[in-house]
Design a protein around this ligand. Structure first.
Ligand code: AMP
Length: 187
């Protein structure tokens, strides 16, 4: 299965992503994790990305696309993958579509994890990551609203979007996700 996982920062995507890859045996591709690793290793990409990440802004599309394009063609992606945190802009989504058409590997589903903004703010503020300072959190939520939310309509029009209520225990939410994915597999 090829899945795109969309949700605002703090929605619990990381936790659910871990469960999904175990359950469905697919590869977890988190652009946030890739960028943090690059930043840690002080690569050129990592240093460039750091300026944006520290400010709560999205890293420019050309950097992200270079990181992900390579990754999608690797062996461990051939059995399916979960894209977590990518695409995040319409430009990225369109570029992904072009790559997948070329590789003849269409997406199966786009899962949206829905959580209201005031709930997100208090969750993020309690997390303690470097980009979880209040002003940075605010900026990340703005980036989501302005740049990523339009993807919901984009994928809705393609008939790929399934929205999941992200309130409840991790177990409740995982059950909703697996029910939605099981229903797809039976189609
Ligand atoms: P995440 O762990 O997915 O919340 O990502 C952390 C940070 O990495 C984001 O706030 C962005 O600065 C950057 N980032 C991760 N994925 C992307 C993406 N697809 N496009 C642009 N920036 C990204």
């Amino acid at each position: 299965m090829r899945i795109v996982f969309i949700g605002p920062p703090g929605a619990g995507k990381g936790t659910q992503a871990e469960r999904m890859i175990d359950r469905f045996g697919i590869t977890h591709l988190s652009t946030g994790d890739m960028l943090r690793a690059a930043r840690q290793a002080k690569t050129e990409v990592g240093c460039k990305a750091d300026e944006y990440m520290s400010a709560g802004q999205l890293v420019p599309d050309d950097i992200i696309l270079a990181v992900i394009a390579d990754r999608l063609t690797q062996d461990d992606c051939q059995g399916g993958y979960l894209l977590d945190g990518f695409p995040r802009t319409l430009g990225q989504a369109e570029a992904l579509d072009r790559m997948l058409v070329q590789q003849q590997t269409p997406l199966d589903v786009v899962l949206e994890l829905q959580v209201a903004e005031d709930e997100l703010f208090s969750r993020l503020a309690g997390r303690g990551r470097a980009d979880d300072k209040p002003e940075v959190i605010r900026q990340r939520l703005v980036a989501y609203r302005q740049q990523t939310q339009p993807l919901l309509e984009f994928y809705g029009k393609q008939g790929l979007l399934v929205s999941i209520d992200g309130l409840g225990t991790p177990e409740d939410i995982f059950e909703r996700i697996t029910a939605a994915l099981d229903a797809l597999e039976q189609d």
